[in-house]
Design a binder for this molecule. Structure first.
Ligand code: NAD
Length: 491
C-alpha cells in the first residue's frame, strides 16, 4: 500500500489509456498525482492498462497477428513457391503469447508510474463530493478517504450484458473471454457485427472456425463511408464469414455441449446450433456506482458523463475523459488525447483537441480506417464535393505483396479543394491513415497531396494516386478509351 498523502493535486480514477496517459502527463508537469484502478488479470493479479490493453484492442490485435500468420502460411505461401508440409495450430500457445505481451505492456505502465512517482492504488473509487473520493481496496482491507484538488474520471467501458444471452464465459462468452478461448470452436456465432464483433470474427474465422455473425441492423457498418462498408462486406463474405443482417438474436441457451441461438429476421424465426457464442452487442460506460447520488454528477440516460468542450463535468474540479465521456467515440487514442489535454489544462497550459481529425480504425483483415466526413454525410449537407478513388491493386507494392484488395477514397471540396475525408480499406490501412490525418490537420488540399512525392513502390502511393485523380492524366491508370486488360490479378 503506498503512503497516503493528505491531498493530491490530481487523482485519476482508471488506468486505461485515457487514465494512465493523463496521470503520467500530470506528473510530468509537476503535479502531485495519484491513480486508482481496480483491474485484475485472469490470475486475479493487479495489472494496469485497463480493458483496452488487457481485454480489448491490444489483446485483440496480438491474436489478429497470430491469425494472419496462420492464414498466410495456409493460403499464401504456396503462391510464393514456399511449401510447408505440416501446419498445425496451438491456440493455447497463441493465447499464452498474447498474455505475455499484455502483461509486459501493463508492467511498463507500472514502471512509468514508479519513475514519475505516481501513487497507485488498487481499489474501487467512488466520488462522494467534488474533490473527495471513497476508496474500497481490492484486497478487502478497510475503506478510506482520498482528497484531490482535481479529479479525473477515466473508468472506461464494459460489454453490455444481454438478458436473453447470459454469458457463462465457457459456451456463451463476452468479448474478453472470446480472446481467451484455448480451443478452436468448429462452429461459432457472434452477436453484433460492430467493430468488436468483426475483429473477433477476423481472428476466429482465419484460424478455421465456421463463423456466423448475427447483426440486428439491416445496414452493414453504418459508420464508415458506405462504399467502404460495401467493399468490406464483399471481402469478409469472400473470406467465408457468414454475415446475416437484420438478424436479431432473441434467445441463447447452453444445451449439452452446444449453444442454441434463436434469432428473427424478415423471413421469421430461426434456430442455430453452435459450439460457442460470442456476445459483442455493444459497450456501456462504467459509471454505475462511480459517484454517490449526493455528489450530483450529471450523466445522460445511457450513463455517459456530460462534459463541456474542455472535458469538465458539472462538478468543480472534476473532469471526465475516454469512453465514459459524451464527447467523441469510444476510441483509445481519443482517450489518450483527452487525458493529456486535461492534464495540461490543470497545469495552466492552453491546448486544444481536434475531434474533426480523429482517425477511426477497425482492425480486421483487411483493415478499415478513415478520417473526416463520409460521402453520404457531405451529400446530405449539400456540400459540393469531388471524389478520387484508387485501388491498391494499381500499386506495384500491393502486387508484390499479394495484398491487392481494397482502395483509398479521397473526398475534397469541389470549389476550395480542401480535404474533407479520407477512407481506406486494405492491408495496413491503420498506418496509412496517419498521412491523411496529418494532411487534414494542416488543412491540406488535394493538390497539396498530389504534389507531395511518395516513395515508390509503396502502398502509400494509392493515397497519392487518389489525389492525382483530380489532376488528370494519372501516371498509373490507363486512358479512359483503352481496351480492358487481358489479365487481371486479385488476391
Ligand atoms: P457496436 O455498437 O459498434 O456494435 C454492436 C452491434 O451489435 C450493433 O450493430 C447492434 O446492432 C448489434 N446488436 C445488439 N444486440 C443485438 C442482438 N440482439 N442481435 C443481433 N445484433 C445485435 O459495439 P461494439 O462492436 O461492441 O463496440 C463498442 C464500442 O467500442 C464502439 O463504440 C466501438 O467503436 C468501440 N470499439 C472500437 C474499436 C475500433 O475502433 N477498432 C474496437 C473495439 C471497440
Amino acid at each position: 500500500m503506498p503512503k497516503i498523502s493528505p491531498t493530491y493535486d490530481v487523482i485519476v480514477i482508471g488506468a486505461g489509456p485515457a487514465g494512465y496517459s493523463s496521470a503520467i502527463r500530470c506528473a510530468q508537469l509537476g503535479l502531485k498525482t495519484a491513480c486508482v484502478d481496480n483491474w485484475r488479470n485472469k490470475k486475479g493479479q493487479r495489472i494496469l492498462g485497463g480493458s483496452h490493453l488487457n481485454s480489448g484492442c491490444v489483446a485483440s490485435i496480438t491474436l489478429l497477428e497470430s491469425a494472419r500468420l496462420y492464414h498466410s502460411v495456409n493460403h499464401e505461401l504456396k503462391k510464393h513457391g514456399i511449401h510447408v508440409d505440416t501446419i498445425s495450430v496451438d491456440i493455447a500457445a497463441m493465447i499464452q503469447r498474447k498474455d505475455a505481451i499484455i502483461d509486459a505492456l501493463g508492467h511498463k505502465i507500472t514502471d512509468l508510474f514508479n519513475q514519475y512517482k505516481i501513487d497507485s492504488f488498487h481499489a474501487t473509487a467512488k466520488l462522494v463530493k467534488p474533490r473527495q473520493l471513497h476508496l474500497t481496496p481490492i484486497d478487502g482491507s478497510e475503506p478510506y478517504r482520498l482528497d484531490g484538488k482535481h479529479i479525473i474520471l477515466a473508468t472506461g467501458s464494459s460489454p453490455i450484458p444481454l438478458p436473453y444471452a447470459k454469458v457463462d464465459n465457457e459456451f456463451i462468452v463476452d468479448s474478453f473471454a472470446a480472446l481467451n478461448m484455448t480451443t478452436l470452436p468448429k462452429k461459432l456465432a457472434i452477436i453484433g457485427a460492430g467493430a468488436i464483433g468483426l475483429e473477433l470474427a477476423s481472428i476466429w474465422n482465419r484460424l478455421g472456425a465456421e463463423t456466423i455473425l448475427l447483426e440486428a441492423q439491416e445496414s452493414f457498418l453504418p459508420l464508415p463511408d458506405q462504399q467502404i462498408s460495401r467493399e468490406a462486406y464483399r471481402i469478409y463474405s469472400q473470406q467465408g464469414m457468414d454475415l446475416r443482417l437484420g438478424a436479431r438474436v432473441t434467445a441463447a441457451k447452453k444445451t449439452g455441449k452446444k449453444v442454441v441461438v434463436e434469432y428473427q429476421d424478415q423471413e421469421g424465426s430461426h434456430t442455430l446450433r453452435v459450439d460457442r457464442l460470442i456476445v459483442a452487442s455493444g459497450r456501456k460506460p462504467n459509471t454505475e456506482n462511480l459517484a454517490a447520488p449526493e455528489a450530483n454528477l450529471l450523466l445522460d440516460e445511457n450513463g455517459y458523463v456530460h462534459v463541456d468542450e474542455n472535458c469538465r463535468t458539472n462538478l468543480p474540479g472534476v473532469y471526465a475523459i475516454g469512453d465514459i465521456s459524451l464527447l467523441g467515440p469510444m476510441l483509445a487514442h481519443k482517450g489518450i488525447e483527452e487525458g493529456v489535454f486535461v492534464a495540461e489544462q490543470i497545469a495552466g497550459q492552453h491546448t486544444a483537441i481536434h475531434y474533426d481529425t480523429l482517425p477511426s480504425v477497425i482492425y480486421t483483415h483487411p483493415e478499415i480506417a478513415w478520417v473526416g466526413q463520409t460521402e453520404q454525410a457531405l451529400r446530405a449537407m449539400g456540400e459540393p464535393i469531388k471524389i478520387g478513388i484508387f485501388p491498391f491493386s494499381g500499386t506495384a507494392r500491393a502486387q508484390a505483396s499479394g495484398r491487392t484488395q481494397g482502395m483509398v477514397k479521397i473526398i475534397a471540396h469541389a470549389d476550395s479543394d480542401a480535404l474533407l475525408g479520407v477512407h481506406i480499406i486494405g492491408s495496413k490501412a491503420s498506418e496509412l491513415i496517419a498521412e491523411a490525418v496529418l494532411a487534414m490537420e494542416f488543412s491540406a488540399s488535394s493538390e497539396d497531396l498530389a504534389r507531395t512525392i511518395h516513395a515508390h513502390p509503396t502502398r502509400s502511393e494509392a493515397f497519392h494516386e487518389a489525389a492525382l485523380t483530380f489532376k488528370k492524366p494519372m501516371p498509373h491508370v490507363p486512358p479512359s478509351d483503352a481496351a480492358p486488360p487481358k489479365t487481371s490479378k486479385t488476391d
